[in-house]
Design a binder for this molecule. Structure first.
Ligand code: FMN
Length: 347
């Protein structure tokens, strides 16, 4: 059988990500699935991640995992890291992914003021965090990282994207502070950088710390944290100094330029600015023609051109846990085009 391995090209080559060996360049993007009653990932959750790992994903990034503070979220089926049996649940998840030859990062999440009122909770009124609140939340991230290491994770990702807590500090529209956590880009990055530093301090030296960031917000696709490459550089510098060693640059479409006058995407800019390895993401592979398409060529060109090191797949993996294997083996007619209804399935 002729395979398309040559079409996937360098995406199938092994990589070392800040000291962590990966069998290829494919990452499973973090996706919230609401399958962890009481915040505890079940055996079904472990099987779900294992299925992606045994079918070719090199690095799984978990769905957002709530840090241990009551303000993080009141969703009851979003997993937690530090509550009750959550640690044991995650230990099962990491063991299954490892048994399948994969690696796994825990994404740590606090929703900030982005939330819907739910039954039993009063409507949410966001309030300015005091310095004491900031210290409490930094400690909650550190505790979650400590537990993640114990539970067998290979890396930790800090969710600083999409309009949630840390991104609310990065984005001038939501960060109206006049203290040292607001103002210019260095001030806006100060709290996220404290979180990065506190998490870094909990991780073994060679365990990658990934920071995920974005221009867009879940509720505003045109929003931007940085109006220019210089502003982006000023936002990223404190995160890098604090110990980020991989940047996961979230875009809705990986091929879109972010600043005028350059075709570079967000991961490309992040890598050019910081020199750190980057992960790109955004609408990769959503149709079965992808592995032979022009956008595939573009994805590979960005990798070989040094714009990014890894490529994350999100929605296409919901209905196609074996996407990487099927694409590698040229079994394109077995790939299902992405359909919104895949979000309602779980296998
Ligand atoms: C159902 C669903 C849940 C998601 N949950 C998260 C999340 O918990 N954390 C996060 O950083 N991004 C989350 N995302 C965004 C994805 O990680 C990814 O960036 C996005 O889907 C774009 O990639 P894609 O076009 O390959 O799907 C979610 C996306 C979907 C579709």
């Amino acid at each position: 059988m002729t395979t398309t391995t040559s079409l996937l090209g360098p995406l199938t080559s092994p990589a070392t990500l800040a000291g962590l060996d990966l069998r290829n360049r494919f990452v499973m993007a973090p996706m919230t699935r609401f399958r962890s009653p009481g915040g505890v990932p079940t055996p079904e959750v472990a099987a779900y991640y294992r299925r992606r790992a045994e079918n070719g994903i090199g690095l799984v990034v978990t769905e957002g995992v709530l840090v241990g503070h009551r303000s993080a979220s009141h969703e009851t089926t979003v997993p937690r890291m530090t509550a009750g049996a959550a640690e044991d649940g995650w230990r099962r998840v990491t063991a299954e992914v490892h048994a399948a030859g994969g690696r796994i990062a825990a994404q740590l999440w606090h929703l900030g003021s982005e939330r819907e009122p739910v039954d039993g909770y009063p409507a949410w009124t966001p309030a300015t965090m005091s310095t004491a609140d900031i210290g409490t939340i930094v400690a909650a991230y550190a505790e979650a990282a400590r537990v993640a290491v114990r539970a067998g994770f290979d890396a930790v990702e800090i969710h600083a994207a999409h309009g949630y807590l840390l991104d609310e500090f990065l984005w001038p529209h939501t960060n109206r502070r006049t203290d040292r956590y607001g103002g210019g880009p260095a001030g806006r990055a100060a709290f996220p950088a404290e979180v990065v530093g506190a998490v870094r301090a909990e991780l073994p030296a060679r365990m990658p710390l990934i920071v995920r960031f974005s221009q867009f917000k879940e509720r505003d696709y045109s929003a931007r944290i940085a109006a220019s490459p210089d502003e982006l550089a000023s936002l990223l510098a404190p995160l890098v100094s604090a110990g980020a060693d991989v940047l996961h640059a979230s875009q809705r479409r990986f091929w879109e330029p972010v600043f005028d006058g350059s075709p570079l995407n967000l991961a490309g800019w992040a890598k050019r600015i910081t020199g750190l390895p980057t992960i790109t993401v955004g609408s990769v592979g959503l149709t079965r023609s992808f592995p032979v398409s022009e956008s595939m060529d573009r994805l590979v060109a960005g990798l070989t051109g040094g714009d990014y090191d890894l490529v994350a797949l999100g929605r296409i993996l919901l209905g196609n846990p074996a996407w990487v294997r099927l694409a590698e083996e040229g079994r394109l007619d077995e790939i299902r085009d992405y359909d919104k209804s895949h979000e309602d399935t779980y296998f």
